[in-house]
Design a protein around this ligand. Structure first.
Ligand SMILES: [Ca+2]
Length: 573
C-alpha cells in the first residue's frame, strides 16, 4: 500500500509538471487518466469552488504544493470534496467497531444505515464485544490484517501502532476536508493537545464532549428527598451532617415498610466494573481531585504530584472507612457486578448516590433531588471533578484504507451540527423511525422508543451507537436526550457552581519509550494503590500502617512516574 502511494504521488508530480510545462492555466484536470464522467464532475466542481475562494491564487502553484494525500484525493475522480454523497460510485469500507452491552445490533441501526446511504458507502461491520476488544485489536495489529476504520474502541499500544505506520495522521485531510472536527478542535484546544502524538500529529478523531453535566462522570450526587421528608430531616451541608443523615437512613426505616434493615444509605454505581468504590466522589467533598486522566495524579498550580500518599487523601479514606464500617456505604461495593449496582439504584431503595444523569433510575426519579457537595472540615471548597472535553482517541483510519479521504469525510460528519444530531437519532428524514420534532423545534425520541418497556436508554442503544461511550463524535446538549433529560436540566444549577474550574488535561500520549516506563511502573503501582485503598476503606488494613504504605509507594518509583507527567505537562506550556 505504502509503495503504491509513493508511485502514485510520483506520477502526480510528473503529471503536474507536464501540465505546468504545457501552460494549461488553472488546469484541474491534471491528474491524467481520468476519463469517466464522475471524475470530470468532481474536477470541475473543485474548480468552481476554488475560483470563489480567496487564497488559492493560481491553480498550478497551489497544486504543486499540495500534500501527497490531498493530491491523491484530488486525483480520485470518484470522490466529492464537498457535499453528499461522498463518492459517486459506491465505495466499500470495512469498519471495526467495539460493542459494549449498552448498544444493540450495529448492522440494524437506523442512524448508521441512513448515514451510510447518504454517503454512498457500503459498510462491512466487524463487530467486536467490549470484553474481547483488546485481544482482537492486538491480533489485527500484529498480523497487519487491518480494517479501513476503527471505531468506538481504543488501541492498547497506540504509540507502537503509530510508529509502525498502521494508523494514519489526519492533519492534512482535516485541513482540507473538515466541516466538523476542525472548528471544534480550535474551540477546544485542550482536546487537540491531548489527542496529538509525541510527533505533534493527529492520528485520531477524538470524541468531543461539550455537555457539561455529563463531564462529571457520575460525580453529581442525588439524595432521596422522600426519605428526608419521611424522617423530617434537612438536606445535609457538611460531611458530618451527611454521616448523620446516612445513619438515620440506616436506622429510621425511611421507606416505611416496617423493616429497618432493608435500605442502602449510600450506594455506588459501578457498571464500569472498576470496583474502586468511586472514591473520587467522596474526595471531591474534600476538595481533592485528579487530573491528566489518571486517578493517582494531582495537578495544582502547574505542579504535578502523587495524590494518594498525602495526609489529605488519608482523611478521605478515613471518612470512607467510617461510611463502610458503620454500614452506611453499600458493603457489596467490592464484590458486586455492575448490573447489581445499577439494580440497587434503579430500585429507589437507596438514600444517596452519584450519577451524571437519571437514565439509570428513571422510574423512581421523582424521589430524588440534586445534593450539592457538602463541606469537609479541611476547609477546602468542595469540587465536582470534570473529565476532559476529550472523550478519548477511539476513531482511527488505518494504513489499509485505500481512500482515507473518503473515510475522513465520513468520520468528520459525526462532528458537524447535522451529523452529531443524526447519529444521536435526530434528523428530519428519521422522523417516525427514531425521533419526533416538538412544536418548539426541539427534538425527542420516537414515542415507541420513549415507551419502550426496557427503558428509553436501551431503545436508544438499538437505534444509534452512542450509549456506552467511546464513539468519536460531538456530544452536546442537543443530541443527548437520554443522558440530559428535563430532570437533569432542572437539577444542574445545584451542582454547577462546584464544577472544576481549572483546566482539565486528558491522558498524555507519551513517546513509546516513556510510555514503556510509565506502563512498567503503573503495572505494580496501580494494583498496590487500589488494593490498599480497598483495604483501608473496608478496615482490613489499619491506618497505623499508613507510613508503611507510603514507603512502599516510594519503592514502586512514584517519584519517577510523577516526573514523566510533570515533563509532559511542562511540554504543553
Ligand atoms: Ca425499610
Amino acid at each position: 500500500m505504502k509503495k503504491r502511494n509513493k508511485w502514485l504521488s510520483m506520477f502526480l508530480v510528473i503529471a503536474i509538471m507536464i501540465s505546468l510545462l504545457s501552460g494549461c492555466g488553472a488546469g484541474k484536470e491534471d491528474s491524467g487518466s481520468g476519463t469517466n464522467n464522475a471524475r470530470t464532475d468532481a474536477a470541475s466542481k473543485t474548480e468552481t469552488e476554488t475560483d470563489t475562494e480567496t487564497d488559492t491564487g493560481s491553480g498550478d502553484a497551489a497544486q504543486a504544493a499540495l500534500p501527497e494525500i490531498i493530491a491523491q484525493a484530488k486525483a480520485d475522480g470518484n470522490f466529492n470534496e464537498e457535499g453528499f454523497p461522498l463518492v459517486n460510485e459506491t465505495v466499500k469500507k470495512t469498519v471495526m467497531i467495539r460493542k459494549p452491552g449498552n448498544i444493540g445490533d450495529v448492522e440494524k441501526m437506523e442512524t448508521l444505515n441512513y448515514i451510510a446511504e447518504k454517503m454512498n458507502l457500503e459498510i462491512e461491520w466487524i463487530v467486536v464485544g467490549a470484553d474481547g476488544w483488546d485481544e482482537r485489536i492486538n491480533l489485527m495489529l500484529s498480523t497487519n490484517d487491518l480494517p479501513d476504520i476503527i471505531m468506538k474502541g481504543t488501541i492498547p499500544n497506540l504509540s507502537a501502532a503509530i510508529e509502525d505506520g498502521q494508523v494514519i495522521a489526519v492533519d492534512e485531510l482535516m485541513e482540507y476536508y473538515s466541516d466538523g472536527i476542525k472548528p471544534l478542535l480550535e474551540e477546544y484546544p485542550g482536546v487537540d493537545i491531548s489527542a496529538r502524538a509525541s510527533d505533534g500529529k493527529l492520528y485520531t478523531l477524538p470524541g468531543i464532549n461539550t455537555l457539561r453535566p455529563n463531564l462529571t462522570s457520575h460525580r453529581n450526587l442525588w439524595i432521596n428527598r422522600q426519605w428526608l421528608d419521611n424522617l423530617g430531616l434537612e438536606v445535609p451541608a457538611t460531611t458530618e451532617e451527611l454521616l448523620d443523615v446516612l445513619r438515620a437512613f440506616r436506622d429510621g426505616d425511611p421507606n416505611g415498610n416496617g423493616n429497618a434493615a432493608d435500605e442502602i444509605p449510600y450506594a455506588v454505581e459501578d457498571s464500569g466494573a472498576t470496583h474502586n468504590g468511586r472514591a473520587d466522589i467522596i474526595s471531591g467533598l474534600f476538595g481533592l481531585y485528579y487530573n491528566m486522566g489518571y486517578e493517582n495524579i494531582r495537578l495544582e498550580g502547574g505542579k504535578v504530584s502523587f495524590l494518594k500518599n498525602t495526609d489529605e487523601w488519608k482523611e478521605v479514606l478515613q471518612y470512607m472507612n467510617t461510611m463502610y464500617t458503620e454500614g452506611l456505604m453499600d458493603n457489596e461495593i467490592y464484590t458486586q457486578t455492575g448490573d447489581m449496582s445499577i439494580a440497587k439504584i434503579s430500585s429507589g431503595n437507596v438514600g444517596v448516590f452519584g450519577l451524571s444523569s437519571d437514565d439509570l433510575f428513571t422510574t423512581v426519579s421523582d424521589q430524588y433531588v440534586a445534593l450539592a457537595p457538602v463541606q469537609s472540615p479541611n476547609g477546602k471548597t468542595p469540587v465536582i471533578q470534570l473529565a476532559s472535553n476529550s472523550m478519548g482517541s477511539n476513531t482511527f483510519i488505518t494504513s489499509a484504507d485505500e481512500t482515507p479521504w473518503v473515510s475522513f469525510r465520513f468520520l468528520d460528519y459525526f462532528f458537524t451540527e447535522e451529523g452529531s444530531m443524526t447519529v444521536g437519532c435526530f434528523n428530519e428524514d428519521l422522523i417516525g423511525a427514531t425521533c419526533q420534532k416538538n412544536e418548539d423545534g426541539s427534538w425527542d425520541y420516537s414515542d415507541e422508543m420513549i415507551n419502550d418497556e426496557r427503558g428509553v436508554a436501551v431503545a436508544v442503544g438499538d437505534a444509534c451507537p452512542l450509549p456506552g461511550g467511546g464513539f468519536g463524535y460531538w456530544r452536546n446538549e442537543n443530541n443527548s436526550n437520554y443522558i440530559y433529560s428535563a430532570k437533569v436540566q432542572e437539577n444542574v444549577p445545584v451542582w454547577e457552581p462546584y464544577y472544576q474550574a481549572d483546566p482539565v488535561y486528558g491522558t498524555p500520549l507519551f513517546d513509546s519509550e516513556t510510555q514503556e516506563n510509565v506502563d512498567e511502573i503503573k503495572t505494580d503501582l496501580d494494583v498496590y494503590v487500589s488494593e490498599c485503598q480497598a483495604k483501608f476503606i473496608t478496615g482490613e488494613m489499619s491506618f497505623d500502617d499508613w507510613d508503611k504504605y507510603c514507603a512502599t509507594l516510594e519503592s514502586l518509583r512514584v517519584d519517577e512516574l510523577v516526573s514523566y507527567y510533570q515533563a509532559y505537562y511542562d511540554s504543553l506550556q
